[in-house]
Design a protein around this ligand. Structure first.
Ligand SMILES: *[C@@H]1O[C@H](CO)[C@@H](O)[C@H](O)[C@H]1NC(C)=O
Ligand SMILES: *[C@@H]1O[C@H](CO)[C@@H](O)[C@H](O)[C@H]1NC(C)=O
Ligand SMILES: *[C@@H]1O[C@H](CO)[C@@H](O)[C@H](O)[C@H]1NC(C)=O
Length: 628
């Protein structure tokens, strides 16, 4: 009730202010009138979050301390449902305490990071939570990685130890010799699982450890201390470890909770990997920080999605764009509408399928949001506007400092005027999305990566004023007249495929290792009926010495399936004019359209071999007769 009363008052105030400042311009008033309810509700919720965070910071609260408060309030409430397990707040607390006590007996210094590589299950959350209680930082490594990229990820966060699930034994066994001095701890689900040679059986070692609360080290238990690392594939090279501090985790967790109006009684279905921000923070965070129940799934399954939601009585579910497409591609079933999910939140539900998705599955509200793990500016769609990733009040954006900058089409760089500053886009003009860095405010801070040099690359300086600093998202968005934002494209050197980010430089590096130092360039191409972009590599091979079998085998060994190029184009000559960047742009536009290009193109079959792309095959792909 309070909410509506406040909305009313704020609305009237905003109206008067707007009127005074805009004079009699009718058009402006129209826009304000149309967007006022949204803006007021948004401003109210946003304010609430800011006050809460300010209060938490003043009180010195961390994620572990907030979680402890939940445990004290509701020790027997279920926090995680997973397969046939029900974990209460109390149990998760005990597990994490035991892990914390045990890890403190190990030869590491407080503040060190520990890589966590495990499939989704309750122990995953208990592990990084326990690490944080003990004063260590969990580095949440993608479970698809193998060999060099896996080694790189462990080293990128400077991890002194690795805690891995027994299901990843082989991956660890392969690389353990290349990690001298790194402690290995295996977490098994079933008793008597064989343990990797040289690794500690975590479960056995923890048996006799007390589950009493651990004493928090004051120097490490502050809101702005590091909590976890989450890896993102940045603009260059290998995965980068992005720093998530306690405050940021709390911001994202209570951000979705309050912005989207969740309730304590809600149950959230989280089928997303816990090493990503979506699954691990936005999915699990509201459970740890605010006290709702989360239903985890080991791996996403389209056919089980609604059945799980029904069985566990979920009221809220998470998605990524790929999930929505998979769900839509299944034959209709009575379960499509037999669930109680009223809200779905996530990222990447495309405008093209938005309406049909909502209609078929009878979901009342979609909470689409936009934001990079390491970014400092997030958007969220709180009023069900189809297709939008969020909004910023049209005439009140001084409060929330994000902007779209006009860019040069060829270089992708922001255009700078004679004064050296950048230009804002007009409504409906696409531009690069940036957020002002303000270290004083949690919502606008940018903590960067474990690697300082990488952090610097994401910062643009002198944008609207000499000396200001903005975080560059690398994404192209467009804003309409009402202040709604829509996602257009991802610029630069990463693309998304199968829900994962792929860094082109990383794939290029692997390919040049396999085939020797031939020129190759990797880019993403659209494949009809799929979210994101599939990888494609153009290889300069004037003497036809390229062995595709060798390439396929090498890729399989070094890269996760989603990062292996689906198409190979063999170039007989390098384009003679233009810069490297332009060349990539041309190749990308031509894609795998063999009706347009003369070079031979090969397609990676499910079997793992490259076959020549024929007109028939091309036709089947474009007509969505082949699933990729
Ligand atoms: C782990 O230890 C507990 C005792 O603390 C035991 O009940 C359980 O069976 C063990 N699990 C595994 C996978 O060894
Ligand atoms: C745990 O404690 C019991 C009883 O004190 C002892 O018999 C057992 O060996 C201990 N287990 C481990 C793994 O230390
Ligand atoms: C529908 O959901 C129920 C409850 O989870 C499940 O038992 C059933 O197998 C599902 N039916 C289909 C066709 O998936």
């Amino acid at each position: 009730m309070m909410e509506y009363y406040q909305i009313g008052l704020t609305a009237i105030a905003a109206f008067i202010v707007a009127y005074l400042f805009t004079g009699s311009r009718w058009h402006t008033l129209c826009i304000i009138g149309k967007t006022l309810p949204r803006d007021v509700l948004g401003a109210y919720r946003f304010l609430k979050i800011n006050i809460l965070l300010w209060y938490w910071e003043r009180k010195g609260l961390t994620v572990a301390k907030l979680f402890t408060k939940q445990v004290e309030k509701n020790p027997d409430k279920i926090v995680i449902i997973f397969e046939d397990q029900r974990w209460t707040y109390g149990q998760l607390d005990e597990y994490s305490n035991r892990l914390a006590r045990y890890i403190r007996t190990q030869p590491m210094s407080r503040g060190d990071s520990v890589a966590v590589i495990m499939e989704n299950r309750p122990e995953y959350v208990g592990t990084w939570l326990g690490l944080s209680k003990a004063g260590f930082v969990g580095a949440l490594v993608n479970t698809n990685l193998r060999k060099d990229v896996l080694i790189h990820s462990i080293k990128a966060a400077n991890s002194k130890s690795v805690i891995f699930g027994a299901e990843l034994r082989d991956a660890i066994d392969e690389i353990k010799d290349k990690l001298p001095g790194v402690g290995l701890y295996q977490s098994s689900e079933k008793p008597d699982t064989p343990v990797v040679e040289g690794a500690v059986d975590l479960n056995k070692s923890m048996v006799n450890i007390s589950s009493d609360a651990v004493e928090v080290d004051l120097s490490l238990g502050c809101p702005r201390d590091k909590l976890i690392y989450i890896y993102t594939s940045g603009t260059t090279g290998m995965p980068k470890a992005a720093v998530i501090n306690n405050l940021r985790y709390m911001l994202m967790s209570c951000g979705v909770y309050y912005m989207l109006g969740l309730e304590h009684t809600d149950r959230v279905y989280d089928p997303l990997p816990l090493y990503h921000t979506a699954g691990g923070i936005i999915g699990v965070g509201p459970a740890l920080c605010v006290g709702i129940t989360v239903v985890l799934r080991r791996k996403f399954s389209a056919s089980k999605f609604w059945a799980d939601c029904i069985e566990h009585r979920c009221t809220v579910a998470q998605y990524i764009g790929e999930i929505c497409r998979f769900l839509l591609s299944l034959p209709p079933s009575p379960n499509d509408t037999a669930h109680n999910v009223r809200l779905m939140y996530g990222n990447g539900l495309r405008p093209q399928i938005w309406e049909s998705f909502v209609k078929r599955f009878n979901v009342e509200q979609i909470g689409e949001f936009y934001g990079a793990t390491e970014g400092n500016s997030n958007l969220v769609n709180i009023d069900n506007r189809p297709g939008a990733v969020g909004f910023v009040p049209r005439f009140g954006d001084a409060l929330y400092r994000v902007a779209l900058l006009r860019i040069d089409d060829e270089t992708g760089e922001p255009v700078r005027g004679p004064d050296g500053l950048c230009t804002r886009c007009k409504p409906d003009e696409p531009g690069i999305f940036v957020g002002k860095i303000n270290p004083k405010k949690a919502v606008h801070d940018f903590r960067g990566y474990a690697d300082e040099k990488e952090s610097e690359k994401k910062i643009i300086r002198d944008v609207f004023k000499k000396g200001d600093r903005f975080f560059n998202s690398g994404d192209i968005l467009v804003m309409d007249e009402l202040g709604y934002f829509y996602f257009k494209d991802r610029r630069g050197d990463t693309f998304r495929w199968k829900g994962e980010n792929v860094a082109t430089a990383e794939v290029e590096a692997v390919i040049s290792n396999i085939i020797g130092l031939r020129d190759s360039v990797v880019y993403g191409v659209e494949v009809p009926g799929n979210e994101g972009k599939a990888g494609m590599v153009a290889i300069y091979d004037p003497h036809q010495t390229l062995c595709l079998q060798e390439l396929a085998d090498g890729l399989k060994k070094s890269l996760p399936a989603y990062a292996r190029p689906l198409f190979v184009r063999v170039l007989a000559e390098l384009p003679l004019t233009g810069t490297y960047k332009l060349k990539k742009g041309d190749l990308q536009v031509q894609g795998f359209d063999i009706t347009q290009i003369k070079d031979p193109v090969y397609f990676l079959e499910k079997s793992g071999n490259y076959v020549r792309l024929t007109e028939q095959l091309h036709h089947d792909l474009v007509e969505e007769k082949i699933r990729v």
